[in-house]
Design a protein around this ligand. Structure first.
Ligand code: CTP
Length: 434
């Protein structure tokens, strides 16, 4: 995603924001003026305006002044909700519903400098002018700011700050760190960097490449909590191309420190490509499906190690537990297998796991797709109450009859209530007529 016009004036950049966002930011700017504070649109949102990338859910604002006080007034003015107020850190967020029903989050932070007491530790902060605030950031392409003003209630741009040549780096595709201690201060920036590089087709410049190498050799990532690493991994799975992020992470030497045993491979690339090229109506992807496709080749031990290391949500642990089983069923899904046999093999798996199987095993794709589309939710024409009415007492036999009736339905032997009742009379001992 290249920057089309490096010299687009800040006013033109702001006009790329949706009108509703412009109106909210105009309110924020006029309140900032009343607070005698200066307000800046900062970071990723400015980068995305330059790249004409789709807008994110969050808008980052730096305040040369009291950010929590401004956030509180802004929430009241626009009917938003004030949350995550940290007076000591000078940060607060305002959450507001937009007309399309989406939630917009405005993150306000008083501009600051940060000092990292030790590698990977959380920073100590002190108020500082915007120029210093930009210097504490991760990459040149994120160290960008546009001053926001309001004139007659309309949003206006003041200066655009680009002290480290971020715009030029977006044009040439360079990922550049701002100072030599950046990754020591915050090793998660390696994971942020690889995500950004995959998204915007950036390459680390020689200094960043050397710093990444040194940080990996020093083992800085192991100083970061597993929760923080997991947050970054989850964000990568929400990107349009998580496979590209993994390919780059491998090339940078990052993967083995984050998910030992995982490696980029041609087979992995091929299954990701099948998901990327899937036609409309094919089983849908999503972060968990991506996770399953990327981790598909890991053995049960490697998957258990991931579940032990990271505080995963239940759906993710369930998926990791199911992945080895997919390898076992794939060769059994032979073309002549009746529907009831397919059902017996695939029923233990979640929809997510089955979607992973669909893209991971092309030889079984027709079967998994039919199972997901039709068979999985197919019901027999009769339920347990019907069977009781036909004279089957509650108990194991009723359960077995229901199962067998469903299998007969899946295999097309039973198509209506009448046929089902006749089937039950033929098959269940003790029913009138059996
Ligand atoms: N930032 C940083 N170091 C970090 C995290 C964030 O310097 N470890 C700065 C960057 O300037 C970044 C801004 O804070 O642009 C906002 O962070 P965040 O919202 O996490 O990222 P975005 O750049 O907005 O990225 P994305 O598009 O992925 O949301």
């Amino acid at each position: 995603m290249a920057v089309k016009n490096l010299h687009a004036p800040p006013e033109a950049l702001l006009s790329r924001l949706a009108p509703e966002r412009q109106a909210i930011l105009a309110q924020a700017a006029s309140l900032a003026e009343a607070h005698a504070a200066r307000l800046w649109l900062v970071g990723g949102v400015v980068r995305d305006l330059l790249c004409q990338a789709p807008p994110g859910r969050d808008v980052d604002l730096a305040v040369e002044g009291d950010a929590p006080a401004l956030a509180s007034d802004l929430a009241a003015r626009i009917g938003g909700r004030l949350r995550a107020v940290h007076a000591a850190f000078g940060t607060a967020s305002v959450e507001v519903q937009t007309a399309d029903g989406a939630t917009l989050i405005l993150d306000l932070a008083s501009s600051r400098v940060e000092r990292y007491p030790s590698p990977g530790a959380l920073p100590e902060v002190a108020p500082a002018p915007i120029e210093d605030d930009l210097y504490r950031r991760d990459f040149s392409v994120n160290a960008l700011a546009i001053e926001l003003r309001a004139v007659d209630g309309q949003l206006r741009a003041g200066r655009l700050l680009d002290p480290f040549g971020g715009r030029a780096d977006l044009v040439t595709g360079r990922l550049r760190l701002l100072h030599e201690k950046s990754l020591r201060d915050d090793p998660t920036r390696m994971l942020r960097g690889v995500r950004l590089a995959a998204r915007l087709a950036l390459r680390p410049d020689p200094a960043a490449a050397a710093q990444i190498q040194a940080a990996l050799e020093a083992g800085y990532l192991s100083l970061v909590s597993h929760e923080r690493v997991l947050t970054e991994l989850c964000l990568s799975l929400e990107e349009p191309r998580p496979d590209e992020t993994l390919r780059l992470a491998d090339a940078w030497g990052l993967t083995s420190q984050v998910i030992p045993g995982l490696a980029w491979s041609e087979a992995l690339a091929a299954r990701c490509e099948r998901l990327l090229l899937a036609p409309g109506g094919a089983p849908a992807g999503g972060p968990l499906v991506w996770a399953g496709l990327l981790l598909y080749d890991l053995d049960a031990e490697g998957l258990a190690a991931i579940a032990a290391r990271y505080p995963l949500p239940t759906e993710a642990t369930d998926l990791l537990r199911q992945l080895p089983g997919l390898h076992a069923v794939a060769p059994l899904l032979t073309p002549g297998l009746p529907n009831s046999g397919v059902d017996r093999l695939l029923r233990p798996f979640s929809v997510t796991a089955l979607t992973v199987l669909h893209y991971a095993e092309p030889a079984a794709a027709a079967t998994t797709s039919r199972y997901l589309r039709e068979l999985r939710t197919m019901r027999a024409p009769l339920n347990g109450n019907d069977l009781r009415r036909l004279g089957i007492a509650p108990g194991p036999l009723l359960g077995q009859t229901l199962e067998a009736l469903r299998a007969a339905t899946l295999d097309g032997e039973v198509k209506s209530r009448e046929e089902a009742e006749a089937w039950v009379r033929r098959h269940a001992p003790g029913t009138p007529g059996s």
